[in-house]
Design a protein around this ligand. Sequence first.
Ligand SMILES: Nc1ncnc2c1ncn2[C@@H]1O[C@H](COP(=O)(O)OP(=O)(O)O)[C@@H](O)[C@H]1O
Ligand SMILES: O=P(O)(O)OC[C@H](O)CO
Length: 494
Amino acid sequence: MPYLLALDQGTTSSRTVLYDSDGRVIASAQKEFPQYYPQPGWVEHDAEEIWASQEATLREVLGRCGVPLSEIAGVGISNQRETTIVWERDTGRPLSRAIVWQDRRTAERTEAMKGAGEERGIREKTGLLLDPYFSATKLAWLLESVDGLRERGARGEVCFGTVDSWLIYRLSGGRVHVTDVSNASRTLLFNIHTLQWDPELLARFGIPAAMLPEVLPCAASFARCALPGLEGLVVTGVAGDQQAALFGQGCFAAGMAKATYGTGAFIVMNSGKEPVLGEGVLTTIGWQLGNEVCYALEGSVFIAGAALQWLRDGLGILASSAEAEALARSVPDNGGVYFVPALTGLGTPYWDPFARGVIAGLTRGSGRGHLVRAALEAIAYQTCDAIEAMERAGNIPVQALRVDGGAAANDLLLQFQADLLGVPVLRPALTETTSLGAALLAGIGAGVFDLAELRSRSTPERRFEPTGDPSRRDQLRAGWRRAVSLALGWEKPS
Ligand SMILES: Nc1ncnc2c1ncn2[C@@H]1O[C@H](COP(=O)(O)OP(=O)(O)O)[C@@H](O)[C@H]1O
Ligand SMILES: O=P(O)(O)OC[C@H](O)CO
């Protein structure tokens, strides 16, 4: 039986998962790597540490599973998106720390561009908004800040890539510099209509074209592995992690949507074969198979499970994220407490890089149970805001929400989400849908199966049906909106 290997490079950890061709997990390994916060609002990774953690998990899985390389039909990659890496083409040496998607250092630059009325034109081409989240201003910042980078970039001596490109470059022994359309569609440099890097955008952001990777569809022959002992593996599938999760959740028809609750929460809806633009939501490429492109609408929530991590590591009021559910259940409701975790600004639908966190509604009776519950509820409120904006944009009501990611283990959160949305929330038995999506794309790329066959597969799931009364829902959402209004623009220079 052919096997498929998935490399899932996330914001806080790297994972490798080996699947059989029916999508069953055979072996997996995971490794965390350091986060760097050199200044308020800055978030960096060391690209070498990303690579080392990914390679370690890859070797661990292969060492443990006993499956010969010859039986692995393809390798899929899913990755944290937008994170920007530059490295020397000849040596593979990173030329700075990677600037992570959460990093806000270019907020004033994007604000100035918005002020100059540049957003509309950029949005029509890329489907995105002017926000520091995306790669272009991060790369522009590096070109201005790293000595000689612009000149070397123009001479073709330096590569730019998102994390998929970086991993492929290293896997191929420095021979291949490519990316896929879904990752390219997160850079603000890629035209989602022509499926090419856009010369006008490159000029606008001052990016030398010679630095950019070649762009391929999501299932293709990306690269052969040249690592010692791993020769023979071929990368045949690549997608940004949120698009991979949409694929892994089987959202193959327009209107199907998923939310991945990890560090952030990413709500993505299949919007069909044509790009649709809408207020406050992103238009992005879900995947491309052959010549067929599936477009998607996306709501991006920057802080979701990370709010629990902050309660754990920053405030020390939680021993582990897993403890959150019991603590939240120790109180009957939020006690009037709302936590807007705008710790790195707010994404959909507010797009305010200057928003900052707010905890509102505290009384003498508020305890850590309320705070933890408010952090969990914030994930659901933010998801609800995003889905509402997507429904308006796509003019398609969401009938059910498929969920996955670390915080999808939390039953209280999922029930609250169903109550708030008024539609069922579905959790698959296997919540590793991101790596599964990468493996499935790799399977298509390797010719193991095709999309038609995947459409006929069904996965067991747990359903959370909406309960509760709509007036309570409206009251809660009104409280949330009031708290959000306090967070907006907090850090804005006057
Ligand atoms: N039981 C839980 N309840 C709520 N949040 C949880 C729970 N378990 C994990 N999390 C949160 O999920 C996140 C990790 O999810 P994961 O999908 O691994 O993230 P990522 O891919 O972004 O690194 C963490 O932010 C953690 O706080
Ligand atoms: O690594 P994750 O799962 O938090 O996903 C990060 C997203 O791709 C950022 O856009």
